[in-house]
Design a protein around this ligand. Sequence first.
Ligand code: GLY
Ligand code: MN
Ligand code: MN
Length: 466
Amino acid sequence: MFTAETYVARRAKLCEKVGQGLMLFIGNIDIACNYKDNTYHFRQDSTFLYLFGLKVAGIAATLDAETGEAILYMDELTMDDIIWMGNQPSVSDQAATVGVTKVMPVSKLAGVVEANKGREIHYVPTYHGVTTIRIAELLGKTTKEVENGASVKLIKALVSMREIKEQCEIEELRKHMAVGREMHMAAMTMAHAGRTEAEIMAMVGRMSQRYGGPVSFPIICTVHGETLHNHGYPNTLKNGQLLLVDAGSESPMCYATDHTRTSPVGGKFTAQQREIYQIVLDANNAVAATCEPGITYKEVHLMACRVIASGLKELGLMKGDVDEAVMEGAHALFMPHGIGHMLGLDVHDMESYNEVLVGYDDEIQKSTQFGLASLRLGKRLKEGFVVTDEPGIYFIPALIDKWKSEGICKDFINFDALDAYRTFGGIRLEDDLLITRHGCENLGERIPIEPEEVETEVNKNRFNNF
Ligand code: GLY
Ligand code: MN
Ligand code: MN
C-alpha cells in the first residue's frame, strides 16, 4: 500500500478536477467460476485501487466532489467469514490506511445514493455485468442506460491523473520489472526441442507467482507468434521454430509489467530469422531513441513502421517509396498492431475507461486505417507516462493470401517473395519505457534482446532438469 497521504491527495485532486456532484466507485466482487465458493482469482478494480487502495471484495466508496467527503462502504467480518478466511483488521483500521475516516455498512450505500439523486452522479464505465446491474439498481436505471451514462468528466479527470505516474508508482513499477525479467529469462533458457509451450508457460507463470503476484494478463507462449493473442499451449517445440513469449507480472500493488521476447528454438537463429529479427530490433531501438515529451505516439508508431518497411524493402519483401508505403498502410500486412500502449495498474492502462479518451485527444484522432486503427495511444507523450515499445513482424498466411488475391497495396508488396516466409511465424520485441524530462528510459534492467544475447540465454539450458 502507498501512504495514506497518497490516496488523500489523489482524491482531493480528483474532487478539484470534477468540481461538482457525487462520485460513485464500486469495487469488484468475487466472481464464481463454477459454483459460488469456487471463485476466479480476485482482482480489485483499478480505479478503486488508485483512489482507495484496498483489495477487499464487495466494497464500494463515494466521493463528494464539492465537500471532498470520502465514505467507504465495508462490512465487519462475520464469524463465518473469520472461519472461512481468517481474521482481518477492522474496517476502520483498513480505512485508516488509505486516509478514510468515515465507514458505513455496504447496505447503507443505496440510501446515500438516494439522498444525492438530485445531483450529478459520476461513475466510470463498467466491464463486469454484475457492476452494471449494481449501478442500475442504485440509480434506478436500465443496464443500457448505465452503459451509456458513464461520466466523461470523471474519465477525463482520472486519465489526466493516472497517465502521469507518481514517484511511488514509478518505484513500484521499476522494482517489479526484475520479476518480468526473470519470467523471460526462464522462457529463453527453455526454448529447446521437445519442450512444450505448456511447460514453458507454467514456468513463466511460476516466476511471477513465487513472488506472490499473478500474471498481469494471460501468458502468450507460442511457436505461432503470427497469431497475436494466442492463449492456447498445444505445441511441442521443434528446432528451427521461433518461440514468442509475451508475458508480464502484477506487482504487490497491482502494477503491470509487459514484455515480449522471441527466441530461436535450439539456440541458433537461421539466417532468415535473424534478418527479420534485426529489423524488429532496429524498430524497437528507434522507438526508445525517439520517445520524449512532446512527440505524438502516432508519429513514433509511423516512424517504427518506416523502419520496418525499409528493412523489408531491403530484403525484397516490400518495394516502392517507404514513406508512401507507410502512408498507404502497406506495412500493416506485417505489423497489423500498434507500437504500444500505456502501462500502469492495467496492462493496457485505463482501457476500461474508453480507448479514445485515454489514448487520443482533440489534436490527435484515431485512424480507421487497417493497422493504425489498432494503435491504442496516439497523443503527445508527457514526462511521467509509461508506455510499451512493441514492434513486430508477422507472416500471417491467411492475410497474405487475402491481400494478394485482392491486390491490396500491390505496388508496395512483393507477394511472390513471401512464399519463402509462409511458415516463418512472427517476431515481437517489447520493452516498457518511462518518459523522462528529455527522453525516456527502459524501466528495469533490459531483458537480453540482442540476437547473440538471446542465443546465449537459450544455450544455457538452465532448467533442463525441470
Ligand atoms: N500482451 C498485451 C500487449 O502486449 O499489449
Ligand atoms: Mn505484451
Ligand atoms: Mn503490450
